[in-house]
Ligand binder design. Structure first.
Ligand code: COS
Length: 384
């Protein structure tokens, strides 16, 4: 699956324009309101952003991973809340259904996910199960043709907007083999949302707990129809998500570098532009070189991802996706830190965008697997 090159270039150019002309000017409003204005949500739907990765037969745009990363790079160049809004439909919320869903589940959900009429969230993390995802406690107990689900899911991105959740729950014994992935529609009796999380950054991104108190879900909503496969589905989804996040990290590094260069070009000290001082140039040079390294990794690994059969676990590609997520998200942290440094005292003042981006990028090293989890995936693969 991929979009032909000519159409893809047109799409990329319109996303670039949209980011620069529509999203960048709205950044302060999003920061202030901690929400994305509905007219922008509507424009994002109109542009097809919710359906970037969904095949054309289900009404999406049908990008392959390499193309998705290029678009994600563009979306990464503005407040990360905009990307987050569409991110779960493009990635972690939808891909389990696309990879492992039954034909009926795909027909039923993917067209609405692609159009953005249905927002779908990914619910894996729990109060006591984060990095150790296989230890999750949410229970799904078989009862006739249904399962009755009880538990709490934590930090669920887009939960307040979600119409459905790709939700992992335990149908069997302990460990990974006892986990199943369910499609859980929002609004079922017993499903309630916690209060909005107050976060360090990424204002405008909505996250909260999802509480399930004996929520009755048809057995037909198990992704793929067969219990016990949910952990693998979640891991495959995260492999893909980790590449997407890597592209976002590179986009944001590009934006911070641009902000830093612009500042270094206009700010004068000791009678000249600070960018003419070699110590400032060294910071810019380090950021540029690391960004190039990270972006080269993303593109190379995304191509390898596309070369394997879709939805099939290739441990080598998983390991490379972890390398890429580890490197790029740590890289953007360093780029943001240098960005603040180049801005001097102004970098600590919220009027300048780098102050906000510095906080925003901190999350990239945490979600979809911390840096330490990526190290474990890489290390375990090397020691097989
Ligand atoms: N794709 C498909 N299957 C995978 C996989 C992948 N990327 N990684 C592991 N598996 C399979 C394994 O092959 C194994 O299958 P078998 O039992 O048939 O051999 C099964 O899943 C269990 O794997 P493993 O034993 O490696 O699981 P662990 O419990 O050791 O967990 C980590 C592995 C730590 C890597 C996993 O729990 C993880 O990624 N944690 C972080 C979770 C995360 O990113 N959370 C963020 C929440 S979303 S914002």
């Amino acid at each position: 699956m991929s979009l032909d090159q000519e159409t893809f270039e047109l799409l990329k150019a319109s996303v670039q324009r949209f980011v620069q002309e529509r999203l960048v000017p709205a950044e302060d409003l999003v920061e202030e309101r901690d929400d994305i204005p509905e007219d922008i949500v509507a424009d994002m739907k109109e542009l097809g952003l919710y359906g970037l990765s969904i095949p054309e037969e289900y009404g999406g745009i049908g990008l392959n991973m390499e193309q998705e990363c290029q678009v994600a790079f563009e979306l990464g160049q503005t407040a990360l809340a905009f990307r987050s809004l569409v991110g779960t439909n493009i990635g972690i919320g939808s891909q389990g259904i696309l990879m492992d869903g039954t034909p009926e589940q795909k027909e039923n959900y993917l067209p609405r996910i692609a159009s953005g009429d249905l927002v779908v969230s990914f619910a894996l993390t729990e109060p006591d199960a984060g990095s150790d995802a296989a230890s999750l406690k949410t229970r799904a107990v078989a009862d006739g043709d249904d399962y009755v689900i009880t538990g709490t899911k934590r930090f669920i991105t887009n939960a307040p907007r979600a119409g459905a959740f790709t939700l992992m729950a335990r149908t069997g014994g302990p460990g990974a083999g006892g986990i199943s992935a369910f499609i859980v529609p929002a609004g079922l009796p017993g499903l309630t949302l916690g209060k909005p999380d107050k976060k360090m950054g990424q204002r405008g991104t909505r996250t909260c707990d999802v509480n399930l108190d004996e929520v009755r879900v048809p057995a037909a909503n198990i992704i793929g129809g067969e219990p016990g496969k949910g952990f693998k589905t979640a891991m495959k989804v995260l492999d893909r998500g980790r590449l997407h996040i890597s592209a976002i990290a590179c986009g944001m590094a590009q934006r911070i570098l641009q902000e830093s260069i612009a500042y270094a070009q206009q700010r004068k000290q000791f009678g000249q532009r600070i960018g003419d001082f070699q110590l400032v140039q060294a910071m810019l040079a380090d950021s540029q070189a690391e960004l190039l390294a990270g972006w080269s990794m993303v593109q190379a690994v995304a191509r390898r991802y596309d070369a394997k059969p879709f939805g099939v676990h290739d441990p080598e590609v998983s390991m490379q996706a972890s390398c890429t997520k580890m490197f790029t998200t740590e890289m953007v942290g360093r780029v943001a830190d240098r960005g603040v440094q180049v801005h001097g005292g102004s970098g600590y003042i919220s009027e300048f965008k780098v102050e906000r981006f510095y906080r925003d990028v901190r999350l990239l090293r945490l979600y979809e697997g911390t840096t330490q989890i990526q190290q474990l995936v890489i290390g375990k693969h090397l020691m097989r």
